[in-house]
Design a protein around this ligand. Structure first.
Ligand code: OSB
Ligand code: MG
Length: 368
């Protein structure tokens, strides 16, 4: 493909409700969209970064900076560039996976749109719709939490994930289990605990959880293995799994029995696919995580979630769980599922008028 340049759009979209996790509260989706322009098509990629570096070391303005100074210019002069050439062209730059993923996805979308191939098909999807869960933030009180969970169950979500942190764990989980009975229930600590909390975390085993996501720091695979020897619920890793190599190591070390695959966190959909393959080969179930994406990122996540190893419901929730007005045709929950887009590439593009209304700034980076 002949790539002419990439536009960096900084967007700001209010969330329908503030989303609180152990690392902070997000009330606005503040991130980047990238528009890759080739001579025969254009493609879109959404960055997983937020305004502050709280989930990982990346943040929106930092991602914009590394993209404009280093990553986008590095695509110049790559012979016969296609989506598979993006990661190798960027590999000498360390880390910055959320930024790299956004760029690779924009190029991949342009490439697939030019060839008329849906992303789901390119990745090897086997499903037309995917089962969906919902991630429920830390609430001000248990009654407020129970109301939120009740609403999501009424909407049809197939499993509930509760965000936990020290001081908001056993009691909210107990309250949800007692009130709603035999639902599929899991928790996510976003690395909010330490090894000294292991005895405390074992109390979660009273509630028949489907999994406990990333209780310990991202670099503590050994701690997760130690906890995993004592906890009955399977440990699922999110932040720790930054690559297929990390996934293979975590599995070999028994640091997890389930993996949350977030394409942004691992540098893109092609690496996400490799992690899926590593997990399938080892009998490890995977599910698709989320970063509060707009319809642009959601479309691609839903395509990934249609691969055969994604046997658990993902954090691929409907548009209305995040935004009053999404950038694309809204994703709607039907019997607890979202439909996999069938159009070329990611199958969607942002509505130009809606996009204009949420765009804070835009910058064109030519590739010469
Ligand atoms: O840890 O899975 C996480 C959102 C932002 C950052 C990290 C996480 C999350 C979520 C929400 O849990 C997932 C979603 O609905 O997009
Ligand atoms: Mg998580």
């Amino acid at each position: 493909m002949n790539l002419e340049g990439v536009e960096i759009l900084h967007i700001s979209m209010p969330l329908v409700g503030a989303f609180r996790t152990s690392f902070g509260t997000e009330a606005v989706r503040d991130t980047l969209l990238l528009r890759a322009v080739a001579d025969d098509a254009e493609g879109w990629g959404e960055c997983g970064a937020s305004e502050a570096p709280l989930y990982s070391g990346e943040y929106t303005q930092g991602a914009a900076d590394v993209l404009r100074r280093h990553l986008i210019p590095a695509l110049a002069g790559v012979p016969d560039l296609d989506s598979h050439g993006v990661a190798p062209a960027l590999s000498r730059f360390k880390e910055n996976r959320l930024a790299k993923a956004a760029l690779e996805t924009a190029v991949l979308d342009a490439d697939l749109k030019a060839r008329g191939v849906p992303l789901s098909h390119a990745l090897g999807a086997v499903r037309r719709s995917v089962p969906c869960g919902v991630s429920v933030g830390i609430a001000d009180s248990i009654p407020v939490l129970l109301d939120a969970v009740e609403e999501y169950l009424a909407a049809g979500y197939l499993r509930i994930k509760l965000k936990i942190e020290p001081g908001w764990d056993i009691e909210p989980v107990r309250a949800v289990r007692e009130r709603f009975g035999d639902i599929m229930l899991q928790v996510d600590a976003n690395a909010g605990y330490e090894r000294g909390d292991i005895d405390h975390l074992l109390a979660l085993d009273a509630f028949d959880l489907s999994l406990v996501e990333q209780p310990l720091p991202m670099d503590d695979l050994l701690g997760h293995a130690m906890l995993g020897r004592r906890l009955a619920a399977p440990i699922c890793l999110d932040e720790s799994i930054v690559s297929a190599r990390a996934a293979a190591a975590a599995i070999e070390l028994s640091a997890c029995r389930i993996v949350n695959i977030k394409p942004g966190r691992v540098g893109g959909y092609l690496e996400a696919r490799r992690i899926h393959d590593v997990c399938v080969a080892n009998g490890v179930p995977v599910w698709c995580g989320g970063m509060l994406e707009t319809g642009v990122g959601r479309a691609a996540n839903v395509a990934l979630a249609a691969l055969p190893g994604f046997t658990l419901p993902g954090d691929t929730s409907a548009s209305e769980r995040y935004f009053d007005e999404d950038l694309t045709e809204p994703f709607r929950l039907v019997d607890g599922h979202l439909t996999v887009p069938t159009g070329p590439g990611i199958g969607v593009s942002p509505d130009p008028d809606i996009l204009a209304g949420v765009t804070v700034s835009r910058e064109w980076i030519p590739i010469r």
